[in-house]
Design a protein around this ligand. Structure first.
Ligand code: MLT
Ligand code: ZN
Length: 467
């Protein structure tokens, strides 16, 4: 669905009946900025960017788009890594950034209602100011938006303890692709009155409609979290540590990264956690109220060292030091952005991680002898990020082709282990060719039927998720 230029000006002018001209932008800078996410594989080419300021304006826009058969790409903080919010075919980007108000807070319900364009960190800070905690957290917290997080069912670094965005959404207001406003679940904990349409919108990547408001649960803050970083000689040892530590401590994170990945953050000025280098590292966060669990952590450390599962380690002594240690893991993504990494974001049941890891390790060493392959991720919840860095002397197209063909083999292995081609980044344009490794044809036909029910004219983020 691409625009024909002669109509374009008139169609954009027609929007002035429901939105101020200042919020319909078609200048090249706006189109470039709003037409892309953090992937850099597609050339942004939207017709225009529209910034609704109210639910009514968003609804009028969707109705207008239906009348004129315009393609809309809902857009949050554009921190996505699967090209789900990329507009490269003359679509209209619908930026939610003006709808950025926290509308309601209820201490009894421990819940907050906000517009879709609220930045994740703003919500986290709001919760903290009220003695509470919004626990869905990740490195892009400073620019990602709540609506985008919901549209991709964002996960991040605390999933092992707190689950995904889905687990915190108790209500949603959405405008469907038909232009209807739905008020879903209204903050209820229990609601056994039929299909829960809220959950269809969580992870729908803008293909069913636009999320305009959300009600989110909050919880009590973590009590004095301590952070351990351990040097680990092998991927197998990481799993041994996982079993031991999660049985004895209340873990809020269990992350891993390779020495190769660590080197990229060290190049950006961070310091090694300790002198000894190992092939892998784990970062473990646990609740350590009044320091009561420090002894347990040290006992576990000694036991694991005796078994040869770890070689060295450090435990944070202050909140500032905990944050410094977290940066070793959290800054990896940004530190490698310049290498145009080919990103894999895969999920497995934890019990299947060890078998898959050894298969994947053998496959990637065989297929990528000359490429730098970086491993990191949220291994405690079965989510691995495998990033392949583009060598300087290889052009982007040849690199993408090679990585695409290896992906077919990797995803075939993943399918044998019952995994998913996307754990938390979404499908977008990037993972669309591989969806069939995770969802079979029958299931995909149900997804299509759902899409048709909410968006009969196919105006909502066309071309994403489905082939
Ligand atoms: C992360 O865990 O660092 C994020 O998902 C981003 C990435 O995978 O690069
Ligand atoms: Zn991640």
């Amino acid at each position: 669905m691409t625009f024909h230029a002669p109509n374009a000006v008139a169609l954009l002018d027609g929007m002035q009946t429901f939105i101020e001209p200042a919020y319909v932008r078609s200048d090249p800078d706006s189109c470039l900025n709003y037409g892309r996410d953090w992937t850099r594989l597609h050339r942004p080419n939207p017709l225009a960017v529209v910034l609704p300021g109210t639910v009514e304006e968003a609804q009028a826009l969707i109705r207008y788009a239906n009348t004129h058969r315009l393609a809309l790409v809902p857009s949050g903080g554009r921190t996505g890594l699967s090209a789900g919010a990329v507009a490269c075919q003359g679509e209209i980007v619908v930026s939610m950034e003006r709808m950025n108000q926290i509308l309601d807070f209820d201490p009894t319900d421990r819940s907050v209602t906000c517009e879709a364009g609220v930045i994740t960190e703003v919500l986290q800070n709001f919760a903290r100011e009220h003695g509470l905690y919004y626990p869905v957290d990740f490195a892009s917290r400073g620019s990602s938006q709540i609506g985008g997080n919901i549209a991709t069912n964002a996960g991040g670094i605390k999933v092992i303890r707190y689950g995904l965005t889905r687990d915190w959404v108790t209500g949603l207001k959405v405008v469907t692709g038909r232009g209807d406003l739905l008020n879903l679940n209204r903050g209820l904990i229990k609601n056994a009155s039929g299909y829960d349409l809220r959950h269809l919108f969580i992870g729908s990547e803008g293909t069913l409609g636009i999320i305009v408001e959300a009600t989110l649960k909050l919880t009590r803050p973590l009590r004095e979290p301590s952070v351990l970083v351990l040097g680990v000689p092998s991927l197998d040892s990481i799993m041994s540590l996982y079993h031991i530590f999660r049985n004895k401590l209340e873990l809020s994170a269990f992350e891993f990264f390779s020495e190769k990945a660590l080197r990229h953050v060290l190049n950006k000025g961070l310091h090694r956690p300790f002198e000894a280098q190992t092939d892998y590292y784990t970062l473990i966060e646990f609740e350590n109220t009044d320091g009561l669990h420090t002894d347990m952590a040290l006992n576990l450390f000694e036991h694991c060292a005796e078994q040869g599962w770890l070689t060295d380690g450090v435990i944070s002594q202050s909140e500032a030091q905990a944050q410094e240690l977290w940066r070793l893991r959290e800054d990896i993504s940004e530190s490698i952005a310049g290498y145009q990494p080919y990103k894999n974001d895969i999920a497995l049941r934890i019990s299947r991680v060890p078998a898959f890891l050894s298969e994947a390790d053998a496959l990637l060493s065989r297929e990528y002898p000359d490429f730098e392959v970086l491993w990191y991720g949220h291994i405690g919840d079965g989510n691995l990020h495998i990033n392949i860095l583009k060598p300087d002397d290889l052009d982007s197209a040849a690199f993408a082709k090679k990585c695409g063909s290896v992906s077919e083999q990797l995803f075939a292995a993943l399918q044998r282990h019952g995994g998913s081609i996307s754990a938390e980044h979404g499908v977008g344009l990037l993972k669309k060719p591989y969806l069939h490794y995770t969802r079979d044809e029958t299931e995909i036909s149900y997804l299509r039927a759902i899409k048709k029910a909410f968006d009969p004219n196919g105006i909502m983020n066309p071309g994403k998720i489905f082939a």
